[in-house]
Design a protein. Structure first.
Length: 256
């Protein structure tokens, strides 16, 4: 289940993509499988990076991959990459966890090439606000959400770097009620209702029936759990983007 729509990334063969805060690798692995690009997935959580590597291994062994994947532990406030390294940067469901997120945006701007594309997603305001009302524990757990973004707040922060906004959408409307139920029964994790809805989501993810696809598309503008914004960094005609940037992290590589 991915949140960022690859259509808006306008990927071309040979490009470099950074998945910043890759977690267990859902976007990084997806793009590695579908596009002939170099994908770098980085996260501060070493356990999540290890899980992503484990998930990628069967695909690497099968040889049925389109690109190249490297996974590494890295700090989003001090990325171990040279300036203008990446053609595309994805930062999905990360910024809401960071108290001071502006330095992360500055790092993204630094490593993104001129005319590169930046995709950012955060929890949508209304579904997230409902979660906060139903459970304090939801956002007070270690590594939890420290803020509820308004779309114009995040958009303004990125546009202040000079990036031009060009697309938006919401995603995962069917997941919003699940999180509301989870928050409502936070102190009853064994709730049958929560478990039943989770089974429904797993079934929907695996089977992708036409009815639920249309239902989610219809509900996304109002209840989409995530808001995704797309930007393009301004071109710098006076500065020629180098053919290859310096890449220095200690990486776990998964290749065919």
């Amino acid at each position: 289940m991915i949140t960022v729509d690859p259509f808006h990334l306008k990927l071309q063969a040979g490009q470099r993509v950074l998945d910043l805060g890759c977690g267990e690798g859902r976007h990084a692995i997806h793009l590695w499988l579908t596009d002939a690009v170099e994908v770098f997935g980085v996260d501060l959580n070493i356990k999540d990076v290890a899980t992503a590597s484990e998930r990628a291994q069967p695909f690497a062994e099968s040889g049925q991959v389109a690109g190249r994947l490297l996974l590494s532990v890295a700090d989003g406030m001090a990325l171990p990459f040279a300036d203008d390294t990446f053609d595309v940067v994805i930062c999905s469901e990360v910024l809401e966890h960071i108290e001071d997120y502006q330095p992360v945006l500055a790092e993204i701007d630094r490593v993104l090439k001129p005319a590169g594309i930046f995709a950012a997603s955060v929890p949508s305001f209304f579904p997230e606000w409902v979660c906060w009302q139903l459970s304090e524990e939801y956002h007070q757990v270690e590594g939890g959400h420290v803020r509820i973004f308004r779309e114009r707040q995040l958009r303004g922060s990125i546009e202040s770097l000079g990036h031009r906004f060009f697309a938006r959408h919401r995603a995962h409307a069917l997941h919003a009620p699940y999180w509301w139920l989870k928050c409502l029964f936070w102190r009853r994790p064994e709730s049958r209702l929560v478990a039943a809805y989770h089974r429904l989501l797993v079934w929907d993810l695996m089977e992708r029936p036409r009815l639920t696809r249309w239902l989610e598309k219809l509900l996304n503008p109002l209840l989409g759990k995530s808001t995704v914004l797309y930007f393009v960094k301004p071109p710098q005609s006076a500065v020629e983007a180098s053919a290859g940037g310096e890449i220095t992290p200690n990486s776990v590589e998964a290749t065919a």
